[in-house]
Structure formats: C-alpha cells, structure tokens
Ligand binder design. Sequence first.
Ligand SMILES: C[S@@+](CC[C@H](N)C(=O)[O-])C[C@H]1O[C@@H](n2cnc3c(N)ncnc32)[C@H](O)[C@@H]1O
Length: 207
Amino acid sequence: MKMTNRWNRIIYRLWSPVYDKTVGRFFLPGRRRALEILELKPGERLLLVGAGTGADLALLPEGVDIIGVDLSPEMLARARSKLPLPGRSVTFIQGDAQRLLVEQAAFDAVVFNLILSVIPDGRACLHENLRALKPGGRAVVFDKFAPETGYIPIGRRILNIFSTIFGTDITRKFGDMLRDSGAEVVWQEASIFRGKYQIFLLKKRNK
Ligand SMILES: C[S@@+](CC[C@H](N)C(=O)[O-])C[C@H]1O[C@@H](n2cnc3c(N)ncnc32)[C@H](O)[C@@H]1O
C-alpha cells in the first residue's frame, strides 16, 4: 500500500488522542538525541516538518523561534494544547509539507522527525523543506529507512503492507531521498530499536 494524504488524515486523526502516551514515549530517546545533535541556539529560527502532537516542543531550548507544519488538524490541536511554552515563540501551519509552506532561505534549522517515512513523497518533502534553510543551515532527520544497497527483501515488503496501514512506510531509502537535495550528511548515527532508527545531521551547501 502506498501512503496517501487521504489515509494519513484518517490514521493520524485516530492516533492523535493516544500518540503521546504510546509511540510518543517510545521515540523520546531518539528525538532527544536528534535535537541535541542539532545544537540549537537562542535566536535561531526552526522549522518542524510534520510537527504532529508537538512532542519535540518541550525539548527545544528557550529563545528559539519555531514554526511547525502538519497535515492533521487533530495532531496539531494536541500540539497547540502544549502552548504557551515559556521563552519560545511557536506558530503552526496546517498543510501539506510536500511543498514549502514557509519563507525560502529564512531558517537556521529544520527538523524531520518521523515524517519522511510517513508523508506520501518523502523526497519531495525533504527537497522542498530544505529550501527553507539559509545557506549553511542544518537539518536533522530521525527515522527508519531500508538498507541503502540491494533489493528490499520480500519479508520487509509484506510487513510494509501492515506498517502503512498504521501510518508509516518501511521500504524507503534515505539515500534516494537525499540525492540532488543540495544538502550533505555531516553526521550519522544508529538510534533506537537496535539501530533500525537512524539520525542524520545534514548541512545545506553554500551553493
Ligand atoms: C509519525 S507522526 C510524527 C510526528 C512528529 N514529527 C513526531 O516526531 O512525533 C507523522 C506526522 O506526519 C504528519 N503528516 C502526514 N502526512 C503529511 C503531509 N502531507 N504534510 C504534513 N504532515 C503530514 C501526520 O499528520 C503526523 O502528525
């Protein structure tokens, strides 16, 4: 099954009341580490792509100016319920992050936590939202991807039928998405679930 916005709207409406107490908890160590690697500083502008229930918000340092984008009104309603956050300015935009919904070249950092395996076209999402970065800006990706080399094994393809029903695709390769994006990997590490989830720190080239 292919991920679609229609299905994502349905499945994330269903996830929204239980997300923070279930999967949200499971992902906490990974997202904490991803944001640590990003090394945000006060005064920086940050774009959260697929902001969801705002599980990243409490982990962001004071003084950061945050814009979060998400397709699901119900997930965003949960995120809004976490506001106000002392010392942080937070704005949400509801929309499809397969295209850029914010100003181009205006952000210091972008977070792609658990979105590139969910959104229908992960490559478009990555490329479009990297346009938001200033030259030399940085982005972090925390997600699970298929191994870069070889075919996707049949077992993984079968499992993917079920995982897409629950709102995530496990057959995507990060290298395919990153190609020609104008950014490069400057740090990579294995994360939770015995390294099945990974963290990538990207830097946008200065042209
Ligand atoms: C697995 S959740 C991750 C949420 C959050 N980033 C986190 O780390 O907890 C995936 C999110 O992607 C959002 N999403 C799915 N399709 C989208 C799209 N086309 N544009 C923007 N957000 C989308 C869903 O609504 C959901 O909130």
